[in-house]
Design a protein around this ligand. Structure first.
Ligand SMILES: [Zn+2]
Length: 249
């Protein structure tokens, strides 16, 4: 009996999806499509990318989506003009293709799960979209808690107060429900309003992240509406001719 039913049962058992992350290393993909908490993202097309002027980046060319570039330039110019920032806000890492992310992620020697705490797996990074970047916000040397110390720098404080004015929101705030480590340096562009040029496409790409794991600070929070109640059924009862006649009298 079992011999006959087992193939039948196996055919209907839920398949465990796996993603090939590095050579010889794969990871189980959660039923909701995430790998180690990170949502999947595709590569931006080369033709959609542009390079930030070198004066605003500290580690090689910073490439972002063309749509995000005007706001990013305005952000850097505003930060440079603010004495509180002390000229310390620069771009550190911007668009990274899935292939490049694989290089970064697969370099580590600890387990993929451990690496995924600080680096998103290839195919699961907001950086591949070209809308996200890491700002260089340096804490003083010897800081024991990198995230808290970075968040306390004048540059990071300025970002929290001002980045939303330029269409940027913080993807992974402290204690986020997505269980991704707090990244006070990582921001994504979604446009200042839904109607800003290019914002619709960015918001479409980040729709799920924004709905399920809201940014903080956030731009135009995604309000999840409850489904409308089912329509009430009205039965149209025909008025009998006799009744009509009675009323006429
Ligand atoms: Zn980042």
């Amino acid at each position: 009996m079992l011999r006959r039913t087992l193939p039948f049962l196996l055919a209907f058992a839920p398949a465990v999806a796996e993603a090939q992350l590095c050579e010889g290393q794969s990871a189980a993909i959660a039923p909701d499509g995430r790998a180690f908490g990170h949502l999947p993202y595709g590569d931006a097309a080369e033709s959609d990318l542009a390079t930030l002027p070198a004066e605003f980046s500290v580690a090689g060319p910073c490439v972002v989506r063309v749509d995000a570039l005007p706001d990013l330039l305005r952000l850097f110019e505003a930060a440079r003009a603010d004495p509180a920032v002390m000229g310390q806000l620069k771009a550190l890492s911007c668009q990274r293709s899935i292939a490049r992310q694989r290089g970064v992620f697969c370099r580590g020697t600890d387990s993929p799960a451990d690496r995924a705490i600080s680096v998103a797996p290839p195919g699961y990074s907001e950086h591949s979209t070209g809308y996200a970047l890491d700002f260089a916000v340096r804490p003083r040397n010897g800081c024991p808690d990198a995230e808290a110390c970075m968040a306390a720098t004048p540059a990071a404080k300025w970002l929290r107060a001002n980045a939303p004015r330029f269409g940027f929101e913080q993807s992974f705030p402290g204690g986020n429900k997505q269980n991704v480590k707090w990244e006070p340096w990582h921001w994504r562009w979604v446009g200042t309003t839904a109607g800003a040029p290019g914002a619709a496409r960015a918001r479409f790409i980040f729709a799920r992240a924004r709905k399920d794991y809201p940014a903080n600070p956030v731009i135009d929070p995604v309000v999840v509406k409850a489904p409308p109640p089912p329509p009430k059924l009205f039965l149209k009862v025909p008025v009998l001719d006799i009744e009509k006649k009675k009323r006429r009298r």
